[in-house]
Design a protein around this ligand. Structure first.
Ligand code: FES
Length: 124
């Protein structure tokens, strides 16, 4: 099921933002005119990736200790993290951005982490 996340242009080039929609929680990135989605938390010690920054276009750098991940594949590309992050299928259609939500997507994040202040997270 495709669920609308935002309109094209709401996110500027090289910006990222945490998204919570229909039970899915992920970080959305815009690089040039393409969009990517990954898990929100670093696999090292759960650093909030949306508070980091993008390097070399496609690498998100964790704000806490500098681990790096390729946002296209989720592959860990820099220590101190060793494990990859999950990715989400993002679709751009008629100037709108959608995420594909599956049961797996909905339940990917089960952590009641302190970074997520949403009501949805409190219920899960
Ligand atoms: S929490 Fe991300 S590098 Fe440590």
């Amino acid at each position: 099921m495709l669920v609308k996340v935002l309109n094209e242009g709401e996110l500027k080039n090289s910006e990222m933002k945490d998204i919570i929609v229909k039970g899915a929680k992920f970080t959305l990135y815009r690089v040039k005119d393409e969009y990517y989605g990954t898990d929100r938390l670093c696999t090292h010690k759960d650093g909030p990736l949306a508070e980091g920054y993008l390097e070399n276009d496609y690498e998100v750098v964790c704000p806490w200790h500098g681990a790096k991940f390729d946002i296209r594949t989720g592959k860990c590309t820099g220590l101190p993290a060793n494990n990859d992050i999950g990715t989400y299928k993002i679709v751009k259609k008629d100037n709108e951005i959608f995420v594909e939500i599956t049961e797996i997507t909905k339940h990917a994040c089960k952590k009641n982490c302190e970074h997520c202040k949403c009501e949805d997270n409190k219920k899960s």
